[in-house]
Design a protein around this ligand. Structure first.
Ligand code: GCV
Length: 724
């Protein structure tokens, strides 16, 4: 493994960390050329530093003034002001950016006539292409003669533009092409760390973390390895993420103090993330006025409570002027919330939003509210209904700077779920859609599971039917995307080296949900595994696609048939336990008996959950004939001999997919074995070790799930395979 520390790092480098998608080799095309950087600002300095670092490795030059050899790459601010943050019409699907004529002039630092002409031509070209404002993060790329020009209205755009050129590699310096503008579809592309400052006795340092300890916190304080935090910020900026929430949404005693006397720790992290254009957000405890404020209540309608949040928030902004805002998990899994005071979630969210509003901060308020103390005997309670039941009636009551953050499915990041009906139920509220990059229910970074195909499917889903807006449109018009991070202090960042692709893909899809997952994977492969250093880059790329493209569906095949979820070991959620949750207080998920399986969530005979969807989905999901096979058991309890749209029976489908899933994992392992010698041996060994565990675990899943349904149903496998 090579070290990969930004040039600004002057601290000792105690760790040997994998460079992920930004190894020095990824900068070869940029670093071997002459580059000119125009503009001022913290992020322009970062651009300059990045290019300088690349040049030190690859022999090119970078400068700020036009004197010197003719530049091959120019990164320049346009000189016009970016649109105000909240009014920018980003390049969202169907959205329009106001088509105004660029008004700025070529920056005066360009005193070289030739270069001035190139820049003027690039700007004219951008205007001719109908390029309106690029906004505070967008950029345009034009290839004019022998020069590639990146233009941005604001420094953050220049940084994103630089990473764009890095992704393109040599092809950024090929044939001339007219200006192309790139603007993020989602304004806010946030990553939520479920990191505890103190090691939690049950959940450890990172709740649902599968990559070691926290990179942000250690021994109850901000982590002393600041260089690693900056290296992390660089990776995040390199895939487009611009906001990070730095602590677990379950806010325990120490973490509650980050808001008050431990604010310096947050400020330290903010300082490291800022130079890569990333804002810090903080998870706060709704009962903070009591826990750390010494008040006797946290009632959102109490005047003293209101004043406490206003004063506390003013102190936060005095210390961290670009602070992003708060994230709250309330009335959920033991976290306090407004229900304790007979208030609703609009009362709760608006209280904190009001305190944040004067500073432009946003209040991410999670819709993950359900009863985790259910009686399994009570068949009318349905966890899937809970978020909609709580939040849909509140639509229109949230302040403008409240973002209701909705898990993409109605339950909890299972391997397969329908899209949450909340996404279609709150047109008068800004919504953010939440994904889980950490693989809590998708193999815990011991299994290969490339999640981008699933997220892509969710983002393209049309909650109101074919001609309506997509989930991506709703998020783009509202609060963007948020996702739970999969990173820890593991030398590979994510435990499983191939899980890095999930973090990369999340950032890229948040920037542009129209990207195809397989193209994003190509980008990640080419950046991460230097094609020039591989004896057979085509074989490497093809094999990684064969292993990863369909790996989420492979995982689904051996774990979660037809939309059944939660057949995992309670507590740590790894490995099979078909009845593990079936008789617990956390909800019931398959209702298997001798005749059939599945949860009846219909209006006709079940919990009525299908009625939370607008048409056409309310009808599609209500009908076992129309319901997509992959969600059948999520919505319906059917007999084992029910014939699926695929033509197979339910029970035979369960057997077939489990055997197929195991066979696919065997094929993955064989393919990976054939890459020995084509990838870094340390990476090869780590993936090899994980694949061995995946193989063992997949077999265990197959044997237990198939044996379970065989014993319940008594139906033999038509192919006579062993069922135990
Ligand atoms: C942070 C699931 C996880 C919890 C997590 C929760 C949440 O229930 O198992 O660890 O808590 O989701 O999203 O808040």
């Amino acid at each position: 493994m090579r070290r990969n520390r930004p040039e600004c790092d002057t601290s000792p480098d105690p760790t040997d960390v994998h460079p992920a998608w930004l190894p020095p080799a990824a900068f070869r095309a940029v670093g071997s050329r002459h580059t000119l950087v125009h503009g001022d600002g913290l992020l322009v300095d970062t651009v300059l530093r990045e290019v300088r670092l690349a040049c030190a490795t690859h022999g090119g030059t970078v400068r700020r003034s036009a004197d010197g050899p003719p530049a091959h790459l120019v990164l320049a601010l346009t000189g016009r002001s970016p649109q105000p943050a909240e009014t920018e019409a980003a390049g969202r699907p169907g959205g329009t950016a106001p088509a105004t004529e660029p008004s700025g002039r070529t920056p005066s630092v360009v005193n070289d006539d030739g270069m001035r002409r190139v820049l003027d031509a690039a700007r004219a070209d951008l205007a001719a292409a109908g390029g309106g404002p690029l906004g505070d993060e967008g950029y345009a790329v034009v290839r004019h003669g022998e020069v590639t020009v990146v233009l941005a209205d604001a420094p953050a755009g220049l940084l994103h533009g630089l990473f764009h050129v890095v992704r393109l590699g040599e092809s950024a310096f090929g044939a001339p092409h007219p200006a192309r503008a790139y603007r993020p579809v989602m304004r806010r592309r946030m990553l939520d760390h479920w990191d505890n400052v103190d090691v939690h006795p049950v959940m450890g340092q990172v709740e649902r973390g599968y990559a070691g300890g926290s990179i942000l916190w250690r021994d109850g304080r901000a982590h002393p390895d600041r260089a690693r935090v900056r290296a992390y910020a660089r990776l995040l900026a390199g895939c487009g993420i611009n906001a990070v929430s730095v602590n677990n949404v379950n806010v325990h005693a120490t973490e509650a103090r980050l808001l008050t006397d431990r604010l310096d720790d947050v400020a330290e992290i903010a300082d490291d993330l800022r130079s890569y254009g990333i804002r810090v957000h903080l998870s706060v405890n709704f009962a903070a006025p009591v826990m750390v404020g010494g008040l006797s209540t946290a009632d959102p309608l109490d005047e003293k409570v209101r004043a406490w949040w206003v004063e506390t928030t003013a102190r936060v902004y005095a210390r961290i002027p670009d602070f992003g805002g708060y994230l709250v998990k309330a009335d959920s899994e033991g976290q306090p919330g407004p229900f304790s005071y007979g208030r609703d979630h609009a009362d709760g969210a608006n209280l904190l939003a009001e305190a944040l509003a004067p500073y432009g901060g946003v209040m991410h308020w999670r819709a993950f509210v359900y009863n985790h103390r259910q009686d399994w005997r009570d068949r009318s309670t349905d966890r899937a209904r809970a978020a909609h039941d709580t939040f849909a009636p509140l639509d229109g009551r949230f302040q403008d700077n409240v973002i209701v953050q909705v898990k993409h499915g109605p339950v909890d990041f299972q391997t397969r779920e329908p899209v949450s009906p909340v996404i279609a139920a709150m047109p008068g509220t800004r919504l953010a859609v939440e994904f889980q990059v950490t693989q809590e229910y998708t193999g815990q970074q011991r299994h290969v599971c490339y999640l981008a195909p699933w997220w892509h499917e969710v983002l393209r889903f049309t909650p109101w039917g074919d001609d309506g807006p997509t989930v991506a449109d709703v998020a783009a018009d509202g609060g963007g995307l948020a996702a739970v991070s999969n990173v820890g202090d593991d030398p590979f960042w994510t435990g499983h080296p191939l899980a890095q692709a999930n973090l990369y893909a999340y950032g890229r899809l948040a920037w542009d949900p129209r990207l195809r997952p397989e193209d994003v994977l190509d980008e990640w492969i080419d950046l991460t595994f230097d094609p020039a250093a591989s004896a057979d880059p085509e074989l490497l790329r093809r094999t990684l696609h064969e292993i990863m493209d369909d790996s989420w569906r492979t995982y689904e095949r051996y774990t979660a048939p037809l939309g059944v979820g939660f057949m995992v070991r309670p507590g740590h959620h790894y490995g099979p336990d078909v009845d593990g949750y079936e008789y617990t207080a956390w909800g019931t998920y398959h209702f298997a008996d001798r005749d059939g399986v599945g949860v009846d969530r219909t209006r006709a005979t079940g919990t009525g959950f299908t009625g939370q969807y607008p048409p056409p989905w309310s009808q599609v999901y209500e009908s076992p004939e129309q319901c997509p096979d992959e969600l059948l058991l999520f919505f319906h309890h059917v007999r084992y001999d029910h014939v699926l749209r695929s033509g197979s029976t339910v029970v035979q489908h369960i057997y077939d997919t489990h055997f197929a899933g195991v066979a696919e994992v065997t094929a993955m392992s064989d393919r990976w074995a054939a890459l020995a010698g084509l990838v870094d041996p340390v990476v090869h060994a780590r993936v090899d070790e994980r694949l061995a565990e995946q193989q063992r675990s997949a077999q265990e899943w197959c044997d237990q799930v198939n044996a379970y349904f065989h014993r319940k149903s008594g139906v033999p496998d038509v192919y006579g395979r062993p069922l135990y």
